[in-house]
Design a protein around this ligand. Sequence first.
Ligand code: SF4
Length: 394
Amino acid sequence: MPKSRAKVQKPDSGTAAARLLAWYDVHRRALPWRAPPGRRQEPYRVWLSEIMLQQTTAAAVAGYYRNFLSRWPNIEALAAAPLDDVLAAWSGLGYYARARNLHSSARMIAREMNGRFPQTVEGLKALPGIGAYTAGAIAAIAFDVKEAAVDANAERVLARLYAVEETLPRAKPQLRRFGQELMPESRAGDFVQALMDLGATICTPRRPDCENCPWTEECEGRKRGIAETLPRKGALRARPLKRGAAFVVRDGTGAVLLVKRPEKGLLGGMLEPPLGPWAAAFPSADEALRQAPFAAPWRKCAGVVRHGFTHFELEIEVWTAEVDRGCPAPIRRNSSGNAGKMPALRPILADNAKWIPVEKLADAALPTVMRKIIAHGLNSGGALVTQTRSARKR
Ligand code: SF4
């Protein structure tokens, strides 16, 4: 296993922690989920905000946090809410497994733990959707447990403070150890939040403001002139590109046909317009029309919709159609994909499809990528390909 390229110089942890806390007392960010100075926040609020903040910025989370809190002010209210309502309220925040885990954790805590949050890291990690970082953050902030919470921002600050040149992700355990060594005996929650604020406002990825940093004296990365190059990252793997077709259809009232995705997996339980499978290439026009949910005068919109997921990039061609009212019958195909005598292969028009009026789309449980697809279909710049198969009579 490769070693760090230079010996790590450790600052005095007591002095470093005291300096960071003194800085925090003056410069702490006012965030909606933070308790006033000297007070400890309710576990429910800490947990809600920490789940929302996973891979999402504080600016993006603030409105969602306030909305959730006003609709479901405590764990019992959230546990009693229908999952579909929670997913709809989460719509646009991304990483939808978080919303499902939030809801299922709420039910576990309310029903199996008498509404009391676990107070240990191990207990918190047993809840769905809570990993080491989130458990550490909740334990420290809500219960003042001396537990480091080292996310990507904290990793950056610690890699610079200690001048760790080992690449990520190999350096993670070492950075976590350093974070734990710095933790003070008291004010664990403040220390964790101070590290978050330092990473967000001073020790930023580019051009860290070292002159105004409470760790400017002890920061080894600054002294060696390499701070901005840290943390080092291993070679990034190119994300594969997937392509497919989506079908945005309106009925005579302007309502849009949406289908519920399976509960498990990517965007689980969320709504989407009918989609074909995702593959390396776009389907041909004939293939796309075979993937369509039913026969209709489909037109392909100009351009494509692009969206980046964590592990792949997606490009979607959007087909649109208008039908008179309600659901036309699904296309029936045989195994070669021809319309004909066999039962439908994609019976999406059964229980999990519904027509949503356009004015209600804003409140529907639609992830961002599906909103982009629907907007593209509804605001299409014109057809490139017109129908090749006429609508089937109902
Ligand atoms: S001195 Fe500069 S590089 Fe070091 S922790 Fe502070 S802001 Fe980051």
